[in-house]
Write a protein that binds this ligand. Structure first.
Ligand code: G6P
Ligand code: MG
Length: 215
């Protein structure tokens, strides 16, 4: 038995690897503005909202834009990103995710999305995973981005769970920090060298079982 009532999932980099599409689209923006950035720098953009990501990238390139220009470039980036998202198929759901979500459902554990993305419903539709989620909290609902815990606290509330009854799955440093700040357990998806604040790190959901929720 477990005292866990809800599992809260980040989307990008956890359910599906849209992080690579974000990277491609941001890189195109940087290149068109006359500079480049590395995959290592891209790590800092994970879990960070569109406008905050733009600010960071412009800083790296020493480019200053007016507020109106920033909105234009962010929209352009999102259009390039959506062109890639539109090509996505259910085959892109990361290994082990569908099986683990099915196990959670069968065990009566609620499932919520906690993502900074404003495109999350579109992506879940593309990969045909919308039906797994009892609640979706995303960039359209929140006022404070990760590492603020707001997105996950709203997910806990929407699934009638206390923070101590929730486990968060995150691939981003800021996301793990958000979970911990909300008083939740955090399972990192990715590298233990990067996700040092997570309670447990898995490489893929193929390693994940209901038993491993108890630690
Ligand atoms: C996720 C990603 C970020 C992205 C953010 C906003 O948190 O990890 O890289 O910037 O969502 O996504 P959006 O789809 O609204 O631009
Ligand atoms: Mg992520």
């Amino acid at each position: 038995m477990t005292n866990i009532k809800a599992c809260l999932f980040d989307l990008d980099g956890v359910i599906v690897d849209t992080a690579v599409y974000h990277f491609q689209a941001w890189r195109r923006l940087a290149n068109e503005l006359g500079f480049d950035f590395t995959e290592h720098q891209n790590e800092q953009l994970k879990g960070i909202s569109r406008m905050e990501s733009l600010e960071l990238i412009l800083n790296w390139g020493n480019v200053s834009l007016t507020e109106a220009e920033k909105v234009e470039w962010a929209t352009r980036k999102n259009d390039w990103y959506l062109d890639l998202v539109k090509l996505m198929t259910p085959n892109e759901v990361l290994p082990g995710v569908a099986k683990f979500l099915t196990d959670l459902r069968e065990a009566g554990i609620k499932i919520a999305l906690g993502s900074a993305s404003k495109n999350s419903k579109l992506i879940l539709e593309r990969i045909q995973m919308l039906d797994y989620f009892d609640a979706i909290i995303d960039g359209n609902n929140i006022t404070k981005g990760k590492p603020d815990p707001q997105v996950f606290l709203m997910g806990a509330e929407a699934t009638n769970a206390l923070p101590s009854e929730c486990v968060v799955f995150e691939d981003a440093v800021a996301g793990v920090q958000a979970a911990k700040a909300g008083g939740m357990k955090a399972i990192g998806v990715g590298s233990a060298d990067v996700l040092t604040e997570a309670d447990l790190v898995i490489t893929t959901f193929e390693e994940m079982t209901l038993e491993r929720l108890n630690f």
